[in-house]
Design a protein. Structure first.
Length: 169
């Protein structure tokens, strides 16, 4: 219509949610184009904020917002075990129109020249596109042994070290 101003395009960054950390800081996640931006803000006086952008694979619908994000564990001194979920890329004949893709990841504070937050491990645990499902036990964390258990097509266990390195157990 005449006289109307053109609308500015909306930013592709979608405000996220904030989760409280046991250490007193916060974890914020948001959608940033086709990635998920994770920001850790340590408790006051415990360091500077850190960020990492999590990649998605081709099974995730382009532009999908984060449908679910959960902090499974925080392991001092700066290791975070998270899971994130997105809409599946739709396929022909309504295949995966309402399906979802889920990942489990380990994020760790890095020291030295490349200080900040880094993803040290990522694994897809559920997928409509590749027919991958979690079993009845799902994902579990044992803090005493620093072990992540994934009940998927086969039971997998991973040990997570103090610096975020992940090894099969």
């Amino acid at each position: 219509m005449a006289g109307q101003q053109p609308q500015k395009s909306k930013s592709q960054i979608v405000r996220g949610h904030v989760l409280a950390l046991a250490s007193g800081g916060t974890l914020r996640y948001s959608t940033d184009h086709n990635r998920t931006l994770v920001e850790i803000r340590p408790a006051k006086g415990a360091g500077e904020k850190m960020q990492v952008r999590l990649s998605r694979d081709e099974t995730v619908a382009p532009g999908s917002r984060v449908l679910a994000f959960e902090l499974l564990a925080e392991k001092p001194p700066g290791v975070y075990l998270v899971t994130d979920r997105y809409a599946s890329r739709p396929g022909p004949m309504s295949y995966c129109q309402t399906g979802q893709e889920q990942f489990v990841r380990v994020l760790a504070r890095a020291q030295g020249l490349k200080s900040g937050l880094h993803e040290t491990f990522s694994s897809k645990v559920e997928s409509c596109r590749t027919n991958l499902e979690l079993g009845p036990a799902g994902l579990s964390w044992d803090g005493a042994s620093s072990t992540l258990t994934v009940d998927g097509d086969q039971l997998k266990r991973y040990r997570i070290s103090e610096n975020g390195l992940v090894t099969p157990y």
